[in-house]
Design a binder for this molecule. Structure first.
Ligand SMILES: [Zn+2]
Length: 408
């Protein structure tokens, strides 16, 4: 009962000062992020890892879309919060582009689009990343610093990925993590750990739909509620995002730009998620992709600029690809970095209390200071990997919100 009262109080405080485009709040201070001492962090067994994630984050369901449904669901499209947001946007300035059609098989209907002139900069049709429409943030597609492998993982967080995060932690390795809003609400400890470990968090939509097929209202809701979820759980509001399957055009980019969001795509795609799922994609072909991309680190392909590689958390198969190939990637490339660092984006969140190192700082840091320092000086030094998570007032509150229902 008192959980509801506390959440209501937090809501009142947040709404008093918030801009309508970030009209949400969080009880979490990202510079003091602490995580309950969840004992599954050393287990590689999914069932063991996930049992402590029940129940999921406590929240008022009326404030959120239905998990894994388009983010206008559960009445969000008519909620006062979302209506205020929608009405704050000058839709007359939006590019006049209609939502794309889905084929019965679930893919995009591409025929009929003018791929020669590509008036809408539709990535799915032409891989266009430089907007044709004004007032639209251009996509980031590769790290600007030479010799860099831009390390990115999509589709987290999840309750069963602690061993993978342990691996990254042990290697003092940060990555850009593109989180699905529904997963953030379902597996909040995973998202908290992502930030705590110094990874660069970015949004990956609420329900992972093909964004160009959605209405303006749906696109806005997918982006807004994902940012709201990441803020609610971790205390930071991302300024970067990635669309599912890269499906972007200038209409979607324009809506994202209204929320201050810039897309991060990629220029190398491992196809890791599709192994043994899509025709012609096998574990062997994905491994070959990795080997080809690794070879590019030594053959001059990236002597003047870096890459950004699309890989996924999703499941053990995709995480294993990353773990198995990591030593060779490190050997072939001068640097393996998250995108915030390789692009010299020191503030990838609205909250400027969190600062990421510049490229120069990152490559000149010794390993010990690089570990976890992406979050903040206040957050570094906590030995999360050895289960000694610091308990503070913040931690108690987090534990309360996320865990107390287990006893009710
Ligand atoms: Zn995805």
């Amino acid at each position: 009962m008192w959980n509801v009262q506390m959440l209501a109080l937090v809501g009142m405080v947040g709404y008093a000062a918030a801009d309508v485009k970030t009209n949400y709040t969080s009880s979490v201070d990202p510079t003091k992020l602490t995580i309950p001492n969840i004992p599954q962090t050393t287990s590689h067994d999914v069932a063991t890892q996930c049992q402590y994630y029940q129940p999921p984050v406590a929240y008022n369901p009326g404030d959120w879309p239905t998990s894994w449904q388009i983010a206008t669901s559960n009445g969000m499209n008519t909620s006062a919060e979302f209506t205020a947001l929608y009405n704050s946007i000058q839709w007359a300035n939006a590019p006049n582009i209609q939502p794309r059609q889905l084929a019965p098989t679930g893919g995009l209907v591409l025929p009929g689009y003018d791929t020669v002139n590509d008036p809408d900069c539709w990535w799915s049709a032409t891989q266009c990343t430089k907007p044709k429409h004004s007032g639209v943030n251009a996509d980031i597609v590769q790290c600007q610093e030479p010799g860099v492998w831009g390390l990115t993982f999509d589709d987290g967080p999840n309750c069963s990925h602690n061993a993978f995060y342990d691996f990254l932690k042990q290697n003092n390795q940060r990555a850009s993590m593109f989180y699905i809003g529904s997963n953030v609400m379902g597996w909040p400890y995973g998202a908290m750990r992502g930030l705590k470990d110094g990874h660069h968090l970015a949004g990956h939509t609420w329900s992972h739909k093909l964004m160009t097929t959605l209405t303006n209202q749906e696109v806005l809701a997918e982006l807004y509620y994902t940012s709201k979820a990441i803020k609610f759980v971790t205390g930071v509001t991302p300024k970067y995002w990635r669309p599912a399957q890269g499906d972007l055009d200038d209409r979607v980019r324009w809506i994202a730009s209204q929320l201050g969001l810039t897309a991060i795509l990629w220029n190398l795609d491992t196809d890791d998620w599709a192994a043994n799922t899509l025709p012609g994609v096998t574990t062997q072909s994905v491994q070959q992709n990795y080997q080809n991309f690794i070879a590019m680190g030594g053959n001059g392909s990236f002597s003047n600029i870096g890459n950004i590689v699309l890989t996924h958390e999703i499941n053990n198969m995709t995480m294993d690809f990353a773990v198995q190939n990591y030593p060779a990637i490190k050997k072939a490339y001068k640097h393996v970095l998250d995108v915030a660092t390789c692009m010299n984006i020191s503030h990838p969140y609205i909250e400027e209390s969190i600062t990421y190192p510049s490229f120069d700082q990152a490559i000149n840091q010794n390993a010990s200071t690089a570990t976890g320092s992406g979050v903040s000086p206040a957050a570094s030094g906590t030995s999360f990997g050895t289960h000694s998570a610091t308990v503070s007032a913040g931690a108690l509150f987090i534990a309360t919100v996320f865990g107390v229902l287990a006893t009710l």
